[in-house]
Design a protein around this ligand. Sequence first.
Ligand code: GAR
Length: 214
Amino acid sequence: MASTEPYRVVVLVSGSGTNLQAIIDELHLPDDSGVTCALVVSSHAGVAALDRAAAAGIRTEVVAMVDHPDRAGRDRALAEIVSGATPDLVVLAGFMSILTGAFLDRFPDRVINLHPSLLPAFAGVDAIGQALAWGARITGVTVHFAEEEVDAGPPILQEAVPVPYDRSADALTSRIREAEHRLLPSAIRLFAEGRVSRDPSDRRRVIITEVQSR
Ligand code: GAR
């Protein structure tokens, strides 16, 4: 029987790793998904995301800013480690550190980021707090191509999330997480199916092909 190689994903994390867990449960563990998580790299040691990866038998590494003289040096070291895992796609799933061209240029159009708002609204840190402070009634989740300008790359998938009437930060955070846990695995699946590309004549335009019906 012809065997096809699984689609290889490397996931970069910094904290609790609930989105990594969604990738593990939806894509890495099921034998028929065609996707494997080849490596998890954290910007910090001792975070729960590393335990989640280890529990699923996924190799882990830590590449911390404090071990490098500057950001470009950290990014070169990170790129070497990620490149060693031969990824088809690099996924920033709660990776809370800015990446420079020293990293991003090594994986053109192959790095995606998850952000807890409907970009371009509420870019940057504490997007959920920003949405609440602004009084938004709707916020959401964006999966987008990562570029050097933070949270500015073109969107691949977005999902709207209503802000609860009582404006509870906890309730909004759990609504956002639920949407993230759907959207990020869906985006990775689209890449693995070869359905995502960027229009060469307008690089802000992300093309997602429909499944051909026979
Ligand atoms: C997620 O909400 C993700 O959107 C956010 O960090 C959280 C990580 O949660 N990322 C950003 O804000 C990036 N700008 P997790 O560690 O439980 O997956």
